[in-house]
Design a protein around this ligand. Structure first.
Ligand code: CP
Length: 363
């Protein structure tokens, strides 16, 4: 059989194979100015469930990002690091990135995965309780990544689990490992956020399009942003809702030195924003709702030349595909990095970091 020339060119194009679309900061930048990994900090995650971004402080987030960078650079072998472990990826709500990147992360480390991709294929369809489902996770896996439409589901499951749980998104509440992926991308892009203090006039201005009060990715991203008060000047929230923060997040932002602004005029604000975090889809109890799609970006938007855009995806009309091949596009790198930061998380939770990281990479 003769392969058509167009298909041969497609496979042979090295930039396509490497997936080099948009802004691809070198993970080595994150390691260049830093001491080696701090095992004492990473060991705080040993045997831990990850339920909320509130579990992370700046040190833990930055050490995790450094470990992810070492993994992404393939600095040492990890192919059998978790060969005796099984991850259950139990997704009771649809997902592309979170479920697949958790599974990919486990497979990169030599572990095995079992998966629920659709609640309808489980006993939930027959009215099975979370209590009984939790017992099965204990029997069949060593760790479970869970997504559920109900905010209370992960807490409920934890009551019956003897293995760690990774919250892959619980209703409108939180998506902590997504926030780790968000910040892994930003710390690769500007490593100085992790190390030292940025002079005041160069501190970041971040725009968030969405409602932290009821959008889990936006909420967890904002919670981690508040860890960098020495390097972030202002965060501006763009939302059509009267109270985009809600009581819980407002208490956190009130306690932070970072200035929080609210605006409905994205176009006018773009001239001073260094980072734009956008999302428009939220699951609210009975289905998906679109928030913030009044605020959209495309290649003609008046962005500063070095502004980067983050988006947890899936995207809607708010983010034009004509931005994909520009340097504003950090969102594909954000999704790509998820597999490395989730590997870092798994190694820490199973207490295997010291087994795989050679001494020259430790502090
Ligand atoms: N970022 C994210 O949560 O994407 P998925 O819904 O595809 O998992």
């Amino acid at each position: 059989m003769t392969i058509p020339a167009s298909r041969v060119e497609h496979v042979a194009d090295p930039s396509r194979k490497a997936g080099l679309i948009g802004n691809c900061p070198d993970p080595a930048q994150l390691l260049g100015h830093s001491p080696g990994l701090r095992l004492d900090v990473l060991d705080r995650l040993r045997d831990a469930s990850v339920l909320s971004a509130a579990q992370f402080d700046k040190d833990l987030l930055c050490e995790l990002a450094k470990l992810a960078a070492l993994l992404q650079l393939k600095s040492f072998p990890v192919l059998d690091a978790l060969e005796d472990k099984i991850l259950a990826a139990a997704f009771f709500e649809p997902s592309t990135r979170t479920r697949l990147s958790f599974e990919s992360a486990m497979l990169h480390l030599g572990g095995k995965t079992i998966s629920v991709a659709d609640a309808k294929t489980t006993g939930v369809a027959k009215g099975e309780s979370m209590r009984d489902i939790g017992q099965m996770f204990n029997s069949y896996a060593d760790i479970v990544a869970v997504r559920h439409t109900e905010q209370s589901a992960v807490g409920e499951l934890c009551k019956y689990l003897r293995i760690p749980l990774l919250n892959g998104g619980n209703g409108s509440d939180e998506h902590p490992s997504q926030a780790l992926a968000d910040w892994y991308a930003l710390l690769k892009w500007r490593p100085e956020i992790a190390y030292g203090t940025i002079p005041e006039k160069f501190r970041l201005n971040i725009g968030i399009i969405g409602t932290p009060g009821n959008m889990r990715t936006v909420k967890s991203f904002l919670m981690l942003a508040l860890l960098f008060e020495k390097n972030i000047n202002h965060i501006t929230i763009f939302s059509e809702m009267a109270d985009p923060l809600g009581e819980e997040i407002r208490a956190m932002t009130n306690a932070s030195a970072i200035g929080i602004n609210f605006s409905q005029d994205l176009s006018q604000s773009l001239e001073y924003l260094d980072v734009v975090y956008m999302n428009a889809i939220a699951y609210l109890g009975d289905g998906y709702r679109f928030f913030g799609d009044a605020f959209s970006l495309d290649a003609s938007s008046p962005l500063k030349p070095d502004t980067v855009i983050l988006h947890p995806l899936a995207r809607g009309e708010e983010l034009s595909v004509d931005l994909d091949h520009t340097q504003h596009n950090l969102y594909f790198n954000q999704a790509d990095g998820a597999v490395w930061i989730r590997q870092a998380l798994l190694l820490c939770i199973f207490g295997r970091v010291a087994d795989v990281v050679p001494p020259e990479h430790l502090s």
